[in-house]
Design a protein around this ligand. Sequence first.
Ligand SMILES: Nc1ncnc2c1ncn2[C@@H]1O[C@H](COP(=O)(O)OP(=O)(O)OP(=O)(O)O)[C@@H](O)[C@H]1O
Length: 259
Amino acid sequence: MNNEYAISVNNVEKTYRSRDGQSNTVLKGLDFHVKPGQFVSIVGQSGSGKTTLLKTISGLQEPTEGEILVKGRPIRDGIEDIAMVFQSPVLLPWRNNLDNVLLPLEFRGVRTDESQRYAHELLEMVGLGGKAKHYSYELSGGMQQRVAICRALVSHPELLLMDEPFGALDAMTRDSMNFEIQRIWKATGCSVLFVTHSISEAVWLGDRVVVVGGRPGRIVADIAIDLPRPRGKEHRFSAAFSDYAAEIESHIGVVTGIS
Ligand SMILES: Nc1ncnc2c1ncn2[C@@H]1O[C@H](COP(=O)(O)OP(=O)(O)OP(=O)(O)O)[C@@H](O)[C@H]1O
């Protein structure tokens, strides 16, 4: 068993079956590996199976065929090493921000003074140290998403799965969250799988950009992004950046315009 990878997706197929017996194979023959600490962006047309892929990797649903290994172990043994952030932050309105961050640890019965300190540290790291005792309705959308990211990180995951996490944010907040997520990723050292509809976001953040396409969905391109880090705004206007974006756009197979 190869445990040099944070995650290994081996020949995975996912077929949904409807109540009337019809089947829909959404992913087929999917194979890829993520090294520890890598940031992998995932793009593809709507309906190509990106969310299905993340849900299958997270253990929320089982693959129909193939296997997913976390550090060489079956996913059920590595489930505590994985955390997920969705497009909507889904914070509990009756709990303050600190208690929202601590929720996954409470579920596991491991809320301790140490974890409380770490939750505070995470909120500080995302600039919300002063909002620990506030409630989600007192925060902007970007702030709420930062709390959701802290909640995902509080259990020290090795693998962070993010499904269009900034899709609901305005362009300026999204830009600043892009800076922030690079900083958080570097500070925690976790591997990230990041689904986005924005090609420029995918290039800006990723060590690699994986393109999912076809019916059923498979990996049609896996492109290493060789841009220096840390990446600032200036990289978005470089010729190399535009070349990567154009290459990815051609693999997605539609003229989307670079967003
Ligand atoms: N729980 C489910 N049961 C049945 N079919 C599903 C289920 N979840 C997704 N699908 C189907 O799987 C296909 C891929 O959906 P998925 O949400 O994974 O795509 P996506 O690439 O994330 O799309 P988008 O970019 O629009 O979010 C779609 O045809 C969808 O209808």
